[in-house]
Ligand binder design. Sequence first.
Ligand SMILES: O=c1ccn([C@H]2C[C@H](O)[C@@H](CO)O2)c(=O)[nH]1
Ligand SMILES: [Zn+2]
Length: 136
Amino acid sequence: MDKEKLLEASIAARNKAYVPYSKFPVGAALLTVDGEIILGCNIENASFGLTNCAERTAIFKAVSEGKKNFAAIAVSGDTEGPISPCGACRQVLAEFCDANMPVFLTNLKGNVTETTVSELLPGAFTTEDLDYAAKQ
Ligand SMILES: O=c1ccn([C@H]2C[C@H](O)[C@@H](CO)O2)c(=O)[nH]1
Ligand SMILES: [Zn+2]
């Protein structure tokens, strides 16, 4: 997997961000198991709570096109250290990605952290929890 290419794609994805309120563009680049890169950016709203983060935009775009098997994601923002995905995005990543899927977090200075979905959200609530209740 070309980690540098994915990181660069996430930085390019920031250019499409719709961020009139925060002025804080974030980009995501989601790699499918077939080698396709799906981009996402944050999309804000005058009703602030309706904002969709870059990571969820990328995942929802992919899933809406029938692509649900992912190999990695890169996320970038202009932060002091590597960007930190919000809790909502961590939960959505846990829904669609393997626990050990690589997550590359970066900033514009080239600081990179490589982590995984389960490191970002240990003990995530998952579909297995629902299956357990359904069997009782
Ligand atoms: O990992 C992150 C962190 C923040 N944001 C967005 C949400 C909002 O538009 C702006 C400021 O929080 O950054 C993302 O898209 N992804
Ligand atoms: Zn988020």
